[in-house]
Design a protein around this ligand. Structure first.
Ligand code: UDX
Length: 441
């Protein structure tokens, strides 16, 4: 099938490459010329495991090409995916102008029947808007259908999630579009849920809101565990065996970040507001998430007593492992707050340091996690990269000025830390207290 994808961000790139790999003829389009030139040479604009190999293979086998000319892409595809950004406005409503602009472009350039699919996360009723824009701008009597096909991929596993999704949601308004979408997705073995367009749009927002709420839920439980000297990891394990609850997304920490949960949960509150509904539950989810970062800063401050002049080692900057994405990363707030108190930050992240340099000031970056520990008054864990779990703890202890780790991701076992002679403070678990830091003279 001839497929076009407009927008080559995380969702767009995963969509182009996976559909090409499944044997379709795919064009990926983006107005960013530099990005397109890079992609055609195999240079990825984002770090995403498996993506580069897949792009290169499909370009070589001539199923995939990239263009900065949207018109060319619109003419090519029978199915056109709109994967452009839907960033938040100042008031957290979803900015739809990029989707709308693409809809106008499609209308003006389509010469034959098209299935126009929005994959970006958009408010319910966007499908109706897109349809109206196309009808108003098409000018000729060209047939088309609008489809909502929300994307559920996670950063860091974008290719894997697109190839092996838990489900595929397709919201359609016509039999013809339904059959085309079914055929396109046929090679992917996953439950296919066919709905009306508005329900499909809501499935995406409702899913992200639910997951964000699950995280805030366990973070609240972590707080109660801290107050009652229980262990949130055990509580989550005990809850997780209940199939109705499930263990996933019950990891307490410093809160969710990234470009989806923070903006989508705020956007969903705004959507509800437009319909006259006060979404109290989701508001609480967001508040708890903000508190989580603040509580972590409080932990650091109360442990160090005086942050001013202290050298603070930081392992992990990206909002989660296996990505270089710094958008809404909890590390930004935490680092900036500690800097306000006079803390000196030394940091290491396996992938995100370049992007971190664009958002953080006055941080010393090191290419080696052990260098971050050298002479530091404490070590913070802000992202749970696997390589941090394998570090030589004895070596870390010998390098730190004081053997103190404050772990925002619960990557170590408190008992092991006690045996290694660390003071170890984590989330929702009893503190391991060894040698306390000396007050700053
Ligand atoms: C999310 C959704 O999972 C995905 O379906 C949607 O399409 C886009 O948004 P992503 O933003 O890539 O994907 O990250 P995800 O792996 O879901 O993690 C989001 C945030 O929640 C991260 O900051 C992560 O650290 C945090 N998190 C996740 C927790 O704090 N605890 C958990 O148990 C799980």
């Amino acid at each position: 099938m001839k497929v076009s994808v407009i927008g080559t961000g995380y969702v767009g790139l995963a969509t182009t490459t996976v559909f090409a790999d499944l044997g379709n003829e795919v064009i990926g389009a983006d107005i960013d010329k530099g990005k397109i030139e890079g992609l055609n040479k195999g240079i990825m604009p984002i770090f995403e495991p498996g993506l580069k190999e897949l792009v290169e293979r499909n370009i070589k086998e001539k199923r995939l090409r990239f263009t900065h000319n949207n018109k060319e892409a619109i003419e090519h595809g029978e199915v056109i995916f709109i994967c452009v950004g839907t960033p938040p406005k100042e008031n957290w409503e979803t900015e739809l102008k990029y989707v709308e602009n693409v809809a106008v472009e499609i209308a003006k350039n389509m010469k034959s029947y098209k299935v126009i699919v929005h994959k970006s996360t958009v408010p319910v009723e966007t499908g109706d808007k897109v349809k109206k824009i196309i009808e108003d701008n098409a000018g000729r009597n060209v047939e088309f259908d609008v489809v909502s096909n929300p994307e559920f991929l996670r950063e860091g596993t974008a290719v894997e999630d697109t190839l092996h999704p838990d489900r595929i949601v397709v919201g359609v308004g016509s039999e013809k579009a339904k059959e085309i979408m079914k055929k396109l997705y046929e090679p992917i073995k996953a439950p296919l849920i066919i709905t009306d367009i508005r329900s499909a749009e809501l499935i995406k927002h409702a899913s992200n809101a639910f997951l964000a709420t699950k995280i805030s839920f366990i973070n609240s439980v972590a707080k109660i565990c801290e107050l009652s000297e229980a262990d949130v990891e055990k509580v989550a394990e005990g809850m997780g065996y209940d199939k109705r609850i499930a263990r996933d997304f019950l990891n307490a920490g410093i809160g969710y970040g990234g470009f989806c949960f923070p903006k989508d949960s705020q956007a969903f509150i705004k959507i509800a507001e437009k319909y006259g509904y006060d979404y109290k539950l989701l508001k609480a989810t967001n508040e708890i998430n903000e508190e989580q970062k603040k509580n972590f800063v409080k932990k650091v401050k109360s442990t160090l007593k005086d942050v001013s002049g202290k050298k603070i080692g930081v392992l992990g900057l990206s909002f989660k492992p296996n990505t270089d994405d710094m958008r809404f990363a909890p590390s930004i707030y935490i680092i900036e707050e500690l800097q306000k108190e006079g803390g000196k930050i030394k940091a290491y992240d396996p992938e995100a340091m370049e992007k971190a340099k664009e958002v953080l000031n006055d941080v010393e970056y090191y290419k080696d996690p052990y260098k971050v520990c050298e002479g530091a008054d404490c070590l913070l864990i802000l992202t749970e990269w696997n390589e941090f779990k394998e570090l030589d703890l004895e070596k870390i202890k010998s390098l730190l000025k004081i053997p103190l780790i404050i772990d925002g991701r619960n990557i170590y076992n408190p008992e092991d830390m006690r045996k290694h002679g660390f003071s170890y403070i984590s989330i929702g678990r009893k503190d391991v207290l060894g040698i306390r830091p000396a007050p700053t003279p």
